[in-house]
Design a binder for this molecule. Structure first.
Ligand code: PGA
Ligand code: ZN
Length: 419
């Protein structure tokens, strides 16, 4: 399984800017292709997305530098290497880069190569990617419970203008059954929500992730009433068939030591913002709460976790942990979270991502692989990863081509496993 060619090029991502795609060829003819996304509300501790800064192209957001790095810095070291030795491939690139956030070669460059190599190896082994990841990293997953949909249905924050301060309100399917059924339930609730928003004279335009972005909504709590009605009208029971997941993405509205809720004209301290969310956990069928606090507000995360534990709600780290093993370890040591969002491009290689997932699982945490809001491609590796590590949910927006590609991949895997 010798790598004989690595070819990188730009593809257009959902945000209308380019991203990186890589094609890896092996000596026996197998090919692996992978592209990577980027975030809209990226945490400051994430692996870098290296862009050209050439204002004459794509407002400076071209990816030609990352691509040049792949051809000139990465490929010369990887050509001839064994594609089945993913850990060595990834550690070679990490060493070549040598910076904590992969800012020299670009996390986007390294991850695209990492995933393309994994796909080429899987093709050579005649295995689907999820099976290759499961077997190679010995994750021990038995595929008896595939991840459930966590679909963003109302979005605000950095994902949509004039909507909520909080970034995401999701339907998380709880009902046991096939994932084909889970996806149908989620989409029926989504369509039902569309009708309800319309009846309430709210816009049903969608934001970055295909979720509604009701213009001019006047409180961050208002979405829950519509979401409850939507579930009921679709014929399901909130809290039993479908629960709520919130991603506050609080780093995005933290300013001068306060959590600034613009649409409510309030600025809250850490303690007050925990109380604010507590009120919701008491009233609504919330199953997960993500990033309720700033990414470096460590001491208050512990208090937030105690509050969530008391309500049987999973407290999820995203910008806090950025799929980074060291940050996860800090979160474990300080009892800051009970669940972790996973984004391959936050850390920038497949091996590091799987390691973080396994560390989380070893500490009893659920893992939730996620799409990105800024620029997604049609690549579906995040689904294979989620299946391979036994993710509890996948966070993926309900509509738009680059999002439904993920759900269709999950359906494909389910069919394959049941065949
Ligand atoms: P992003 O946000 O991909 O736009 O950074 C998604 C999230 O915060 O979960
Ligand atoms: Zn998030």
């Amino acid at each position: 399984m010798q790598i004989t060619a690595i070819h990188a090029y730009e593809v257009i991502a959902s945000g209308g800017y380019p991203s990186v795609e890589v094609k890896v060829t092996l000596d026996e003819g197998s090919i692996g292709v992978a592209s990577v996304p980027y975030g809209a509300s990226a945490g400051s501790h994430e692996a870098s997305v290296l862009v050209d800064e050439d204002k004459m192209r794509y407002n400076g957001k071209g990816m030609l530098t990352a691509i040049k790095n792949i051809h000139e810095e990465i490929a010369p070291h990887l050509l001839g290497m064994d594609a089945s030795n993913q850990k060595l491939i990834d550690s070679t690139m990490i060493q070549l880069d040598g910076t904590p956030q992969k800012s020299k070669l670009g996390g986007n460059a390294i991850l695209a190569v990492s995933l393309a190599v994994a796909r080429a190896a899987a093709a050579s082994l005649k295995k689907p990617l999820y099976l290759h990841i499961r077997d190679y990293y010995q994750t021990g997953t038995d595929f008896s419970a595939l991840p459930q949909p966590m679909a963003v249905v109302i979005e605000g924050g950095k994902h949509a203008d004039n909507s909520t301060d909080l970034q995401e309100y999701c339907f998380s399917v709880l009902k046991q059954g096939t994932r084909a059924e889970s996806i149908r339930i989620m989409l029926e609730c989504y369509h039902s929500l569309e009708k309800i928003l319309k009846e309430n004279k709210l816009s049903t335009n969608v934001g970055n992730e295909g979720a509604f972005a009701p213009n001019g909504i006047t409180s961050n709590e208002a979405p829950f009433a519509y979401m409850l009605q939507a579930i009921e009208r679709a014929g399901y029971t909130a809290g039993q068939d479908v629960g709520f997941s919130i991603d506050a993405a609080a780093s995005e509205f933290f300013s001068d030591g306060k959590y600034v809720l613009k649409i409510e004209n309030r600025a809250l301290s850490s303690i007050e913002v925990i109380e604010y969310f507590k009120g919701w956990l008491e009233k609504y069928p919330i199953v997960t709460l993500e990033d309720p606090l700033h990414e470096d507000d460590w001491s208050n995360w512990t208090a937030a976790k105690q509050m969530c534990d008391a309500h049987n709600v999973a407290l999820v780290g995203d910008d806090l942990t950025v799929t980074n093993k060291e940050r996860l370890q800090t979160a474990i040591d300080s009892q800051a979270i009970s669940s972790i969002l996973i984004k391959l491009n936050q850390i920038g290689s497949l091996s590091e991502t799987v390691e973080t997932c396994m560390l989380a699982k070893a500490h009893g945490m659920s893992v939730i692989p996620s799409h990105r809001g800024g620029g997604e491609t049609n690549d579906t590796a995040m689904i294979d990863l989620a299946v391979a590590v036994g993710g509890r949910f996948i966070k993926v927006g309900p509509t738009r081509g680059e999002r439904v590609a993920k759900y269709n991949r999950l359906l494909e895997i389910e069919r394959e496993l049941n065949a």
